[in-house]
Design a protein around this ligand. Structure first.
Ligand code: OOG
Ligand code: MG
Length: 263
């Protein structure tokens, strides 16, 4: 059930997208619309997606967020959410993260997958997801909430496309039978020092569970995960703030490493 009318959804989408494109923080939208509900929040996110696609931007992937306890605890929320990834979010490994384009970026170590068949809920299972994983890929996500001080509630962050901003893939690709997604270890280093570590099981007990949850959440809107979709399953550990001059390196068991330099 939505509570906001179409014009308000469109205005809020424009407002949040402008905050992203201009790298300018705004107050969280639930301050002005305290009664907005989940459907409103996703309506705003889908309207931002529609706006970008209408301008020729391509959606090149999907993500789940707030799937690990470390992330939930850090942000003070307990429900996973989904969002979309646009073509210009992708940065090649070796390229730099430019903080002048961002508000207050943080990095997350993520396990990503690429699927090879449609995944459709309701009732999508971990087993169906595992059978549909063509490749397991390491990723670093750069999140950048458009809200002041990176403070928000769930509805505000859903509307803000789950803070999505940039992501980097690299390392080495593996087939699903070459890794154990649960025990897959992840170590994040900032300027040569270990700052966060975890394993795949930190993500909803099994990273594939994040993908089945995504299929089941999309089904509520009559949507599915198309074959060939790149999906980030959510930060394994808490997110780490970055600033110009930092170097971030994440090592993934069996998947190599990804290093990014922040300028
Ligand atoms: C929301 C996005 C969370 C993840 O991997 O958990 C996310 C946020 O924390 O700003 O991308
Ligand atoms: Mg993330």
């Amino acid at each position: 059930m939505s509570t906001l009318d179409k014009t308000t959804i469109e205005n809020l989408a424009e407002h949040l997208e402008n905050a992203e494109l201009n790298a300018q923080a705004v107050t969280k939208i639930t301050d002005d619309y305290p009664d907005m509900d989940w459907e409103d929040a996703y309506d705003i996110q889908w309207e931002i997606r529609r706006r970008k696609e209408a301008r020729g931007t391509r959606v090149t992937g999907l993500k789940m967020g707030l799937t690990s306890w470390a992330k939930m605890k850090q942000m003070g929320v307990e429900t996973p959410i989904y969002a979309f990834l646009a073509d210009y979010f992708s940065i090649d490994e070796g390229a730099e993260i430019n903080t002048s384009e961002l508000i207050h970026p943080k990095v997350e170590a993520e396990i990503a997958v690429i699927t090879n068949r449609v995944l459709k809920g309701p009732g999508c299972t971990i087993a169906q997801v595992m059978a549909a994983i063509e490749a397991v890929v390491p990723a670093i996500e750069v999140i950048d909430s458009r809200y002041e001080n990176f403070r928000f509630d769930l509805k505000s962050v859903v509307a803000d496309n789950a803070s999505s901003s940039r992501f980097i893939t690299g390392g080495r690709l593996r087939r699903i039978d070459q890794v154990d997604l649960k025990t897959l270890g992840v170590v994040m280093e900032k300027n040569g020092e270990v700052v966060e570590l975890g394993s795949g099981a930190s993500v909803l007990g099994h990273p594939a569970a994040a993908v089945s949850m995504l299929a089941n959440m999309l089904a509520e809107r009559g949507e599915e995960i198309p074959a060939g979709t790149f999906i980030m399953t959510g930060g394994v550990t808490a997110a780490v703030a970055i600033e110009a001059g930092d170097s971030i390196s994440v090592r993934y068991e069996e998947l190599g490493s990804i290093t990014i330099n922040v300028v």
